[in-house]
Design a protein around this ligand. Structure first.
Ligand SMILES: Nc1ncnc2c1ncn2[C@@H]1O[C@H](COP(=O)(O)OP(=O)(O)OP(=O)(O)O)[C@@H](O)[C@H]1O
Ligand SMILES: Cc1ncsc1CCO
Ligand SMILES: [Mg+2]
Length: 274
């Protein structure tokens, strides 16, 4: 029974990855300086088309052209926040999917408020680590260790459900077990390798990949999000077979994502309802 369910998810994930490859969705990324390179390369390896355009002078022309918007507050500053808010407003108004990565949401009052304000602009998906999702659900700062998590993903299940219910977004949490919830259903993705935590911005790249998958089928944000998490996780597992440490894994991860075939996805994806 479980095997059948997993193969069904594998088939779904393969269909979504194939669509990303054939449709090459255009993804506007307003993301942090640390993650820009890995994010753009991850999207390209998956078959999507990344564009790191963030000026508020450009978004009124550019956001209407994109298939999805990705906003990541990792290196947030006073002058970038209005650019993020403008792009999010445009995406919401135009009914385009947009995805938020609330990096270090609980690290300062400024960041927490910025994330909560962005969430009021109705993201389709919010993807964080456990500490970020707990900080957002409680609207309280100081529950994080900078950009890293000080909680297990399983500590954040109730917080994720509550955030999904209050925001209307699908919420995804990475950890030893990655999971996705719409406030009602929960699915877990058990792909990936611990070494992925040792490459800065892999979480950010995961979130960008979610934007590319959600762009394919915005009305099924749970399914596309879980598929994106599992697919990148499978790429990590394959990459780890050759990698000698974080630096080579970064390279092999991108190569593996680019080379994933139907057999690897269908037999590798480990998604189950929790
Ligand atoms: N405890 C863990 N055991 C195994 N894998 C983990 C664990 N925690 C996270 N991961 C995996 O590491 C990857 C990156 O997750 P991480 O927790 O570093 O995200 P993040 O903190 O949001 O990332 P970023 O550094 O981009 O902000 C994911 O594949 C996730 O599944
Ligand atoms: C290390 C770091 N600092 C701000 S953003 C970022 C990338 C991982 O989130
Ligand atoms: Mg993160």
């Amino acid at each position: 029974m479980e095997d059948g369910e997993q193969r069904e998810w594998g088939a779904k994930a393969w269909t979504y990855l194939s669509s990303v490859r054939s449709l090459s969705p255009l993804i506007q990324c307003i993301t942090n300086f640390v993650s820009m390179d890995l994010t753009a390369n991850t999207l390209l390896s998956a078959g999507a088309s990344p564009a790191m355009l963030h000026s508020p002078n450009e978004s009124p022309d550019f956001t209407p052209q994109v298939n999805a918007l990705y906003i990541n507050v990792g290196t947030l500053s006073d002058n970038w926040l209005p650019a993020m808010e403008l792009a999010a407003q445009l995406a919401s108004k135009l009914n385009k999917p947009w995805v938020l990565d609330p990096v270090a949401a609980g690290a300062s009052r400024f960041r927490l408020k910025a994330c909560l304000d962005l969430i009021s602009l109705k993201p389709t998906v919010i993807r964080g680590n456990a500490s970020e999702i707990i900080a957002l659900a409680k609207a309280s700062f100081a529950s994080t260790k900078g950009v890293d998590s000080s909680h297990d993903s399983t500590d954040a299940v109730e917080a994720a459900k509550s955030l999904a219910n209050s925001s209307g977004a699908v919420v995804a949490v990475l950890g030893a077990v990655d999971f996705v919830t719409d406030g009602n259903r929960i699915v877990g993705a058990r792909n990936g390798v611990p070494m992925m935590q040792k490459i800065t911005a892999t979480g950010c790249a995961f979130t960008a990949l979610i934007a590319a998958f959600v762009a394919i089928d915005p009305s099924h944000a749970m399914e596309t999000t879980a598929s994106a998490l599992a697919v990148f996780g499978v790429a990590g597992e394959l990459g780890m077979e050759t990698a000698r440490g974080p630096a080579s894994l970064r390279t092999y991860l991108i190569d593996s994502l680019h080379g994933l075939d139907q057999t690897a996805v269908i037999s590798g994806v480990k998604i189950t309802a929790i």
